[in-house]
Design a protein around this ligand. Structure first.
Ligand SMILES: [Zn+2]
Ligand SMILES: [Zn+2]
Length: 295
C-alpha cells in the first residue's frame, strides 16, 4: 500500500524576482510540512517534493495558484518509501546546471510522446536513442539500445554531441529523467546541425508509468532518498547492473560513506550492510565517514 507520493515538475518561464518567490515558497512548505527540493532561477522552476496524498494535492494547488505556474505539469509517483526528510529551496543561475549559456530554448526539439516512442520500437524504425543523463544513471537503467554517454555531469553534453556527429542525418531521440535536461540538450544538438531530433516528452517518468515492462530496462536513478525507482515486474527487464561486491543483479546503488571517496557504486542491500556502506576495505577504515542512515 502506497501512502506517499513524489511529484516532480519543472517549467521554463521568465521569473522576475526568484529570490522573493523562493522565500515565499520555503515558508509555505515549512508551514505545511512538505519535504523536497525546489530550485528557482530567472529562467524558471525545477523541483521534486514528497508527502502524503492530501498534502501533495495542497501543494499542487498552491503552486498552480501562481499564474506563472498555472499550467505546470506534475509527474507523480506513488511510493511507500520516505523520499525526502528536509525541505530545501534554492535560487540558482540555471534550474539545471548545463553551462549551455548560448543555447536558445527556442531551438528545443519537438516532443515525442510515450505512444510514439513505443511505436518507434514496435515498428523497428531506424532511429538512434541517446541518454542525456550521467553514466551512473544509465548504468542502473536505460532504454533498449540507447547510447549511454560516460559523462559525470550534464555540462559535458557538448562533448557527447561531438561524438554523435556520424548520426547527424539520422532520426535521434533524446531522453532524461523528467524532460528538463532534454530541453537544452536537444536545442544544442539542433544548433550543431542535427536535423531530425525528438526529445522524450516528460522523460523516462512519463514513459515507464504508461508502458512498464516494455522498452525500459532496469531501474530509474532518482535524486532522493529512494535512490532508485523500479518500474518493471518482468524478471528479464528488472536489472541492467550487478552488485560491485557479489555480482548479483540489482538496481540499487550507494555513495561510498568515506567522504573523501563518495564514489557511486552499484551494490545490493546485503553487501551494503556487510561493507558498512563503503566501496572498499580501505574506505571502511577511513576516519572521515558519514553517519549511516536507514535504507
Ligand atoms: Zn551484493
Ligand atoms: Zn570508497
Amino acid at each position: 500500500m502506497n501512502n506517499y507520493k513524489v511529484i516532480s515538475f519543472y517549467k521554463y518561464v521568465s521569473i522576475e524576482d526568484p529570490e522573493k518567490l523562493a522565500n515565499e515558497h520555503l515558508q509555505w512548505c515549512i508551514d505545511n510540512g512538505i519535504k523536497g527540493k525546489v530550485y528557482f532561477a530567472k529562467e524558471g522552476i525545477n523541483g521534486a517534493v514528497f508527502g502524503v496524498y492530501d498534502l501533495i494535492e495542497d501543494y499542487k494547488n498552491h503552486l498552480k495558484s501562481y499564474s506563472l505556474f498555472s499550467d505546470i505539469w506534475f509527474k507523480e509517483t506513488p511510493t511507500d518509501t520516505i523520499a525526502f526528510t528536509k525541505m530545501r529551496v534554492r535560487v540558482k543561475n540555471e534550474i539545471v546546471n548545463s553551462g549551455l549559456n548560448q543555447t536558445s530554448l527556442e531551438h528545443s526539439a519537438p516532443k515525442l510522446t510515450p505512444e510514439q516512442l513505443l511505436k518507434f520500437y514496435e515498428e523497428k524504425k531506424d532511429f538512434i536513442i541517446v541518454d542525456a543523463r550521467n553514466w551512473y544513471e544509465s548504468k542502473i537503467g536505460k532504454f533498449k539500445n540507447a547510447i549511454t554517454p560516460q559523462i559525470t555531469h550534464f555540462r559535458e553534453w557538448p562533448k557527447v554531441v561531438e561524438s554523435l556527429n556520424e548520426y547527424k542525418d539520422k532520426t535521434i531521440v533524446t531522453y532524461c529523467t523528467g524532460g528538463i535536461r532534454c530541453e537544452k540538450a536537444s536545442a544544442y544538438m539542433r544548433e550543431q546541425g542535427f536535423k531530425n531530433i525528438f526529445q522524450m516528452n516528460g522523460g523516462i517518468l512519463n514513459f515507464i508509468q504508461k508502458y512498464p515492462d516494455t522498452y525500459w530496462e532496469g531501474g530509474m536513478f532518482v535524486f532522493d532518498d529512494r535512490r532508485v525507482f523500479e518500474p518493471n515486474t518482468r524478471e528479464e527487464l528488472k536489472y541492467t547492473a550487478t552488485c560491485h561486491f557479489c555480482g548479483k543483479p540489482t538496481a540499487y546503488h550507494i555513495n561510498c560513506h568515506n567522504l573523501d571517496c563518495d564514489k557511486i557504486i552499484v551494490c545490493c542491500h546485503e553487501c551494503k550492510v556487510k561493507n558498512e556502506y563503503c566501496c572498499s576495505d580501505k574506505c571502511r577504515a577511513s576516519s572521515n565517514k558519514r553517519k549511516a542512515f536507514c535504507g
